[in-house]
Design a protein around this ligand. Sequence first.
Ligand code: FAD
Length: 421
Amino acid sequence: WSVAVTGNLDDCACDVETIDSFNNDQLFPKLQALLESDYFRFYKVTLNKPCPFWTSSSHCGLRDCAVKPCSPVICVCVQYSAEANEQQEECEKTNHLGAVDVSLSEETREALLDWSKYDDEAQRFCVVDDEDSPDSQYVDLLLNPERFTGYKGPEAWQIWNSIYEENCFKPYTVKRPLNPNSFPSSSGGEGQCVEKRAFYRLISGLHASINIHLSARYLLQDSWFQKKWGHNISEFKVRFDSELTAGEGPKRLRNLYFLYLIELRALAKALPFFQQHGIRLYTGRPEEDQKHKELLLEILQLAKSFPLHFDETSLFAGDEKEAAKLREDIRLSFLNISRIMDCVDCFKCRLWGKLQTQGLGTALKILFSERQIKALPVSSDHRPSFQLNRQEIVSLLNAFGRISTSIRELKNFRSLLAEDW
Ligand code: FAD
């Protein structure tokens, strides 16, 4: 099959096969278990922010683009109540905290309050939604899996186009009307510095991951009584086969592996923060919280044990002033990309787009804060200069979960393509 990616990745000492076996055999199963926990499945997000860059011409009416909402109260009510059914009914009658508050136990109310207090301590890097806004809502990620939605055409291209053209240091222009064939080569700009090339590859890797997910959870059958989701081999081939993409597909998959390495490295670097800061995965149920905290630490230790980590010291290694300017350029581009996510018409795509850019932004924040992490105070009496809030932690792990799942899906597609052959 001509979708194969093998061997060493550019700009690092790691190879695809080492990542495959590390991810698929060791990390992926543990990560899946963690992401199903209550702490990680609820993500707070504002989905109805207006697009700051252009007036959206279409309002996505696609059924599979809808996001099933979940107020924290509904989620928490269900999880805390001894009489789940009665409580659930009560919770579903309302959408806002105040009205349901009376139906909550003292313990639950305290949990919610504590949770938001904990969030407020944060120091921010990426554009994050105002969590106190009445428009901000908790979404149950397990109820809203990333999969095929049918979002495509000029609206989707406009997003990808403005990401690549305006924010990825790409030396190319796209003529109107938007033409997908005018998108750049997937190796990044030739002759660019390693940092800008790396940035481009991260975005391309994210794009590849989204397109793997929609091919792996494609709507195969849609009738009034049944919907069937599963792998669509031809969709995958159209996007990643070397012959069908003039050689670009495998390069995009290599960018996915590169993104994996960067996020893995960030997890490894964040280990001291989680160890020293006495992090609480607060849901109000101490036994479960402790179990998931141990699982999180196990995952971070595993990430640290990976033998062929990307060496980020090769980035921003030149002249100090120039390196600082370059870092700021990259930070601003990334902020812009996170704003563009509010222009995605399909809400389900917007949800996962926002989560994944925030997760990657958090990974970059960790990689660029090595000094602050090393200087973390041992005693919890001092306020540390490096912090991660709940939203950042949830997005970091879930975004990495998406990339890890994509790598695992490549294995599934390899088997399916071999059978197909
Ligand atoms: P597109 O994927 O739209 O790509 C446009 C052009 O970019 C291609 O023609 C190619 O030249 C270039 N390109 C493609 N892949 C790469 C890459 N990896 N690196 C560099 N260049 C590349 N659809 C869903 O069904 N479910 C989702 O959850 C979903 N989430 C999305 C999230 C966001 C933020 C966006 C912008 C889109 C999302 N989409 C989703 C839409 C999906 O990504 C595609 O845009 C859509 O399926 C149309 O695909 P296409 O074949 O026209 O090419």
